[in-house]
Design a protein around this ligand. Structure first.
Ligand code: PLP
Length: 397
């Protein structure tokens, strides 16, 4: 089997590329998967080779054949504009390494107000300490981010949709405004993954995924990935190497194993997510469902234009009701666990409130908010579970 891209076969679809990408059975005695190389030292053939760094691999921190298999698989999935992929020990590490790779002291970055909370903490604490300033912008600003660009703006950071509030960003419009002023574009693409949104086709330079979510897919690994185009790859690679960031090969293997089934899992998350979202939208207790795949969601038009699918994560807004009743709803659920993260095989439900983390926009949804991750359980059982939750809500009013 030869999975190299440079042959004359027709281009493969993402569902195929997650299965075939980065595989080279001939290098591993025909076995389908690469072994897990537990490695630090690499031995060189001679002193001269050592001095000249003449070796396919140099040191465990710089990667092993297991590391390379996941990097190549992700690179193939991202498409031909992807110049390289860096693997990091968590999604947050991927975000911070990507941001660090593009800024110098005295620079300015624009970050969407809908960004994952710890992304903001990184900007407010670490970047501030390094002399880099951050301005948060309205996620719906589109090309109007141009008005916020400063002389020293080096990067514009997006997360679309926001992973709590689900605003859809006009990625191409924002990227156009950023590039016009020489800034690079970073995007957290964890929600859609490159299967459902191709960041490089829309002007993104550095595409981030919390591999902890859908790549791992089983809630048993922490992982982060940053894919870069030619404009951003060298400094990303050098930043990651210089910081000494690397991922243990057992975890890389779990990422690789998860990736092979990500296409079918995402299709199921999408289908089941849509069914639950439509059902919730009809409930009398609910004011709004924030799921871009749903026609009634404000971001639906952009989602339809740019995305080819949706994952299983979305939020909804209750009509005004006491938080204690919402807690009774959540506590009644037996198939939805209450906990952070998402993207695993299991369903999750958490209460959330963005009020205190917004600075450029006001979070005023009009009622208590809950985020669901629709897992791989039978969707009718999930709806039954939510129905029991609504009974508990009514009893607690
Ligand atoms: C959108 C998004 N990006 C990044 C992260 C961070 O990933 P990790 O938990 O692997 O650090 C999360 C975690 O929940 C997330 O929701």
């Amino acid at each position: 089997m030869n999975d190299s891209n440079n042959d004359d076969r027709p281009p493969r679809r993402p569902g195929t590329r997650v299965v075939t990408g980065g595989r080279d059975p001939a290098s591993f005695h025909g076995f389908v998967n690469p072994p897990v190389y537990h490695a630090s030292t690499v031995l060189y053939r001679s002193a001269a080779d050592y001095v000249a760094h003449r070796s396919r691999y140099q040191y465990g921190r710089r990667g092993t054949p297991t590391t390379e298999a996941l990097e190549l698989a992700l690179q193939e999935l991202e498409g031909p504009q992807c110049a390289g992929v860096a693997l990091l020990p968590s999604g947050l590490a991927a975000i911070s390494a990507a941001l660090l790779s593009v800024v110098h002291a005295g620079d300015h970055v624009l970050v969407t107000d809908s960004a994952y909370g710890p992304t903001r903490t990184f900007c407010d604490q670490i970047l501030t300490r390094l002399g880099v300033t951050t301005t948060y912008y309205d996620p719906l600003a589109g090309a109007a981010v141009a008005a916020l660009m400063q002389e020293n703006t080096r990067a514009v950071y997006l997360e679309s949709p926001g992973s709590l509030s689900f605003e859809m960003q006009d990625v191409a419009a924002i990227a156009g405004a950023a590039h016009a002023r020489g800034a690079l574009v970073l995007m957290d693409n964890t929600w859609a993954s490159p299967i459902y949104f191709r960041p490089f086709d829309h002007g993104v330079d550095l595409a981030i995924q919390a591999g902890t979510k859908y790549i791992g897919g089983h809630s048993d690994v922490m992982l982060g990935t940053v894919s870069a185009n030619q404009a951003a790859w060298e400094r990303l690679r050098d930043t990651v190497h210089t910081l000494g960031l690397c991922v243990g090969t057992d975890d890389i293997y779990l990422g690789l194993r998860g990736l092979r089934t990500m296409g079918v899992r995402l299709a199921q998350h999408h289908q089941a997510g849509l069914k639950v979202a439509r059902w919730l939208a009809e409930r009398p207790e609910i004011a709004r469902v924030l799921y871009p795949a749903l026609q009634s969601c404000p971001g639906h038009a952009i989602w339809r234009r740019d995305f080819s699918g949706a994952s299983g994560l979305f939020s909804f807004v209750f009509k005004p009701v006491a938080q204690s009743a919402v807690n009774a709803f959540l506590n009644e659920l037996s198939l939805f666990g209450i906990g952070p993260s998402w993207g695993g095989f299991e369903s999750l439900a958490i209460p959330f409130d963005c009020t205190s983390i917004r600075t450029a926009t006001k979070w005023a949804p009009g009622g208590p908010t809950v985020r669901l991750h629709i897992g791989l359980e039978d969707v009718d059982d999930l709806i039954g579970d939510l129905e029991r939750g609504f009974a508990a809500l009514a009893a607690a009013r």
